[in-house]
Design a protein around this ligand. Structure first.
Ligand SMILES: Nc1ncnc2c1ncn2[C@@H]1O[C@H](COP(=O)(O)OP(=O)(O)OP(=O)(O)O)[C@@H](O)[C@H]1O
Ligand SMILES: [Mg+2]
Length: 587
């Protein structure tokens, strides 16, 4: 083997460029982040040939001192951090001091910049790592960075670039993510001399409408949750407005677009109850937390983060979203919102607090009886309210008029006509009732007469030991019986009939990956959903007007009543204006 030697600086930067500047879109992202870090209020982007021929970003930010210009393109030179402590709490998008150096190693780079109060701007050029001396230039206060002929000196790399249209689409996506993250900043984008986007400073919902789509922004449910250390805000698709692909899923952690499997998993879980498995929710979510408890220095492109307490983040996001999605009647048409009762659906958190063995009283074997009882109280309430209609405000879903072909309920409310899918609606009511009945009873544990021994991987044995408390709260009693063996001494009572070792394996795997497990809740919910489906009123059953009204009142009081367990809507509203339009009235 040859002797070891240090590599020349240009080659070092070219190697770094492989990770930081994978394609024009990644260079664009770096330039936009620099502009935001410089406090820009307005940023203009011009691209030529998908950004490969030319990429120019002009901002009105703080600018760079002329003496600092050569440092801006030097590797490991940054104005954003000074020490390890700074790195650990960096609030800026950049901090590695390598983006411009990497770009300068694989493209022709020029930076012109003017600090406020300076007589003119200064410009510096860098080609294949060779930097020229700064010279005077013309520019308003701010910075203009120009990248030309990306990969002109690394032909092998150039070959990996896709068509102009594809590279442009990726640049557009990078632009969209940044623009979404800062609605208060103005952005413009031009490609090959044609203006592509022009965004004025606006609020977050209008920015989302411009970038994700009007339909999304109009129907989206607002999320806003805060705990001592975490805050989640943004918009998520209403259950009836989901998509066939995973596009339009934007998560920003401390203002930075990232892909994160812990949060993605929590979001999926929150939708589990209202979404068909092959549909995907669109969302624009901003998670804010103390920079000290999240590590962004995981990957050179900073597209991933690592949370110090993934479990806490998972729980927080899951509860925040569940609460937002649970609001009864959430976002269907312009119907006024109902008081949601503000209770978070219990998910694991309140399990295991009551003594074990209580769960035997669970009404699983006779859900029908349990629900007929519930139904009866609602009918009684309904009768009472019919007797004194003036005493309460007009209900959102109005009053039943008739039943259509044994499938739909027609009702009249203040806005116009409401059509309810009676089976789907009843199914949801029963399902939610079963869930809260169970949550209230807490998940009990059933000791096994003969403990089950299972072989396990070293990792599984370790997770079982570490997650002992969490496992107990789920109803499991598990202990290590050797370096590669676990014994199950007790199981969650409700799920005792299921494959115990398979169940424990999934729980351990999920706890390892996401810091928390919802496998059991999911299995339980699947069971309950099946029960609810069987117990719900079948099509072709004639309901009396009183029964129909009782169903409407229950819907108004039920969380997630806007959609059935598979994400289909349970009711639709036809406003008088819609009907007038159908009949060409008032034209
Ligand atoms: N648009 C800009 N306006 C003002 N200063 C800028 C701008 N772009 C770059 N700079 C300055 O140049 C320095 C180097 O930028 P560069 O992107 O290479 O590194 P960084 O942003 O510090 O870290 P990272 O490599 O993580 O992006 C920055 O620290 C900043 O001081
Ligand atoms: Mg940077």
């Amino acid at each position: 083997m040859a002797r070891i030697r240090s590599l020349p600086e240009l080659l070092v930067n070219q190697i770094a460029a492989g990770e930081v500047v994978e394609r024009p879109a990644s260079a664009l992202k770096e330039l936009l982040e620099n502009s935001l870090d410089a406090g820009a209020r307005s940023i203009a982007v011009e691209l030529v040939e998908g950004g490969v021929r030319r990429l120019r970003v002009v901002d009105d930010g703080s600018g760079i001192e002329p003496e600092d210009l050569p440092l801006a393109v030097a590797r490991f030179a940054t104005s954003k951090i000074e020490s390890l402590q700074d790195l650990e709490r960096a609030a800026t998008l950049g901090f590695r001091g390598e983006a411009l150096a990497s770009i300068g190693a694989v493209a022709r780079l020029a930076i012109a910049s003017r600090r406020e109060g300076s007589r003119h701007a200064w410009r510096i050029a860098c080609e294949a790592g060779v930097v020229c001396v700064p010279e005077p230039a013309a520019l308003a206060a701010g910075t203009a960075v120009e990248v030309e002929d990306l990969y002109f000196n690394t032909p092998a790399r150039r070959k990996f670039l896709k068509s102009e249209a594809t590279e442009f689409a990726r640049c557009e996506e990078a632009f969209s993510r940044i623009a979404l993250s800062r609605p208060a900043v103005a952005f413009s984008l031009a490609h090959n001399g044609r203006r592509n986007a022009h965004l004025q400073p606006e609020d977050a919902r209008s920015r989302a409408a411009r970038i994700v789509g009007e339909d999304f922004a109009c129907a989206a449910v607002e999320v806003r949750s805060e705990s001592a250390r975490l805050r989640l805000e943004g918009l998520v698709a209403a259950p009836g407005f989901t998509r066939a692909t995973r596009e339009a899923q934007y998560l920003f952690v401390n203002g930075r677009f990232v892909r994160d499997k812990v949060v993605a998993h929590a979001i999926r879980e929150a939708y589990a109850d209202v979404l068909h498995h092959d549909r995907h929710p669109a969302y624009v979510l901003f998670l804010e937390l103390d920079p000290a408890i999240v590590d962004v220095n995981v990957h050179p492109a900073k597209s991933e983060v690592r949370f110090r307490e993934p479990n806490a983040v998972h729980q927080f996001v899951f509860h925040a979203l569940s609460r937002a999605l649970a609001a009864p009647m959430a976002k269907i048409g312009d119907v006024p919102q109902f008081p949601s009762g503000e209770t978070a659906p219990a998910a694991g958190g309140n399990w295991g607090t009551s003594p074990i063995f209580e769960q035997q009283s669970l009404a699983v074997s006779q859900p029908r009886a349990a629900y007929e009882a519930l139904f009866a109280t609602a009918i009684a309430d309904e009768r009472r309210s019919e007797a004194a209609p003036a005493a309460c405000a007009a209900p959102a879903l109005g009053y039943a008029l008739a039943q259509l072909h044994g499938v739909y309920i027609l009702a009249q409310n203040a806005a116009g006509l409401v059509i309810v899918d009676m089976h789907a609606a009843h199914e949801r009511i029963l399902y939610e009732g079963l869930k809260s009945a169970l949550d209230a009873a807490a998940l009990a544990s059933q000791p096994l007469l003969v403990p089950i021994a299972m072989t396990a991987s070293a990792e599984e044995v370790e997770s079982a030991a570490e997650g002992r408390r969490e496992l107990e709260s789920l109803g499991f009693d598990v202990a290590a019986a050797g370096p590669r063996e676990l014994v199950i001494r007790a199981l969650p009572a409700l799920l005792a009939d299921l494959d115990a070792t398979g169940l424990l394996r999934s729980v351990l795997a999920e706890m390892r990956e996401y810091g928390a497990s919802r496998v059991l809740v999911e299995r339980r919910n699947e069971l309950l959903a099946t029960l609810a489906c069987h117990a719900a009123v079948r099509a072709n059953r004639n309901l009396t007007v009183t029964e129909m009204n009782a169903l409407l009142r229950q819907m108004e009081d039920t969380e997630r009543a806007g959609s059935c367990n598979h994400g289909r809507p349970t009711w639709v509203q036809f406003a008088m204006a819609d009907l007038d339009r159908l009949f060409l009235r008032g034209r």
